[in-house]
Ligand binder design. Sequence first.
Ligand SMILES: Cc1cc2nc3c(=O)[nH]c(=O)nc-3n(C[C@H](O)[C@H](O)[C@H](O)COP(=O)(O)OP(=O)(O)OC[C@H]3O[C@@H](n4cnc5c(N)ncnc54)[C@H](O)[C@@H]3O)c2cc1C
Length: 450
Amino acid sequence: MDAALESRTRELAEALWRVEPASWRRPPLALSRRLLGGLDGRPALRSAVFRFVDVAPACRGPRDRGAHLRAFVREVEGERLPLSLRPLRARSAPRLPRLPLAAYGLVSGPATALLARQFIAGRNVTDATGNLRRMWRRGQAFAVDLLGEATVTEAEAEAYFERCTETLRRLAEVTRDWPDQPLLDADTHGPLQRANLSIKLTALTPLLRPLAPERGAADAARRLRPLLRLARDLGAHLHLDMEDYDSRETLLLAFEEVLADEEFRAGPSVGVVVQAYLRDAAETLERILASPALGDREVPATIRLVKGAYWDHERVIAAQRGWAAPVWGHKRDSDACFERLSHVLIDARDRVRPAIATHNLRSLAQAIAYLERGGGRPEELELQVLRGLGDEIADGLSRLGHRVRVYTPIGDLVAGMAYLVRRLLENSSNQGFLLQQRHHSLDDLLEPPG
Ligand SMILES: Cc1cc2nc3c(=O)[nH]c(=O)nc-3n(C[C@H](O)[C@H](O)[C@H](O)COP(=O)(O)OP(=O)(O)OC[C@H]3O[C@@H](n4cnc5c(N)ncnc54)[C@H](O)[C@@H]3O)c2cc1C
């Protein structure tokens, strides 16, 4: 173990831990934390509430919403319910009169919307501009994500493409006159784009087939090229999010092929993602860094390092197919891989822009400590968090002088529910750092992963 690095990691994590929590300044954040806190240690209730959250926007009015909530809550067995939900479980009682059921529907509608608003900044750029501008004033940049899940038809792919072009144009327009923020506007490589859009390759093509990645990549490239041209002309950044393991090869092939075109050598600013929960994550990072189209661009690519959002999905799919899971089996292995790869990425900062995306205090602090030890300055490393999960960390990091980018979903509530449920699950999964933070000492949380 590297004692000096450990000691600096601890110092930095303690400094971040001590930075005043911001939730008191944001009442909706405090309230939704309370709502989620009520699910701690109640896995069956948690699952019932998340299933409810998923269907709530599609319900026809308060009574229908109340009836759905009652149906899900009645399936919860062997757990004490909060007082407010107990009447919903009383099976033997005569049917609940109309009013209480509708009242549950009336209260749960705004509660779901409140949760959603914590994670989703608005229906579209116009609706979200106030939130984005407030973040900028606080010294935080954004990466907008357009909500919507995998595309299965050509028409859906086309509609997603149109939303991307419209969003890029509007983002470039609304950010143009924002006040200068030197740490957010440039780094050691040069200017950073304010308009920053993260997109899903699986939404750009209905032809994604894991066994024929070239086919999906060629089809996605038809829509990727005009998006890249538009981003270049507007001075915007385009980032390809990483999704499940089945789509990874298609995504990398599409990006490598398109970005090898001469017309994209000098721009736009682009980015990809590496998921440390994959056993072969080191090879993927190596491939990206060695690729002339990605690892050595005139405008350096941003490489966002994450742990990965599809852990349960990958385990289930691999078990169904009778294959070994592509993801690590223990959380500490993903954490350890994340630390190793953050070092590789930071060492490559003369060619690429490293972005460390995590809410885990230890993972964050050790990356900053490693940068410092190599003589790096704060502007050489970007730290990224998700809106709704990392707001307090973002406030702390920006107050300590780091460049922070907040991944900010925008879109319609119905389309956003799958995203919201995934984030809620992450926030209350037993192994997740954010939950552990409520129950463990800082010493435990800062234990090296292995
Ligand atoms: C700005 C930003 C952008 C993101 N973009 C993407 C993206 O493009 N693609 C994507 O997949 N994810 C993305 N994520 C989500 C990310 O992958 C994580 O799911 C999320 O950040 C939680 O990880 P953590 O390091 O913050 O927290 P931690 O609590 O430290 O880690 C939780 C993570 O550990 C891993 N894990 C949990 N249990 C186990 C286990 N038993 N064994 C092994 N590993 C386990 C999982 O990856 C889980 O998400 C993004 C996150 C951020 C902050």
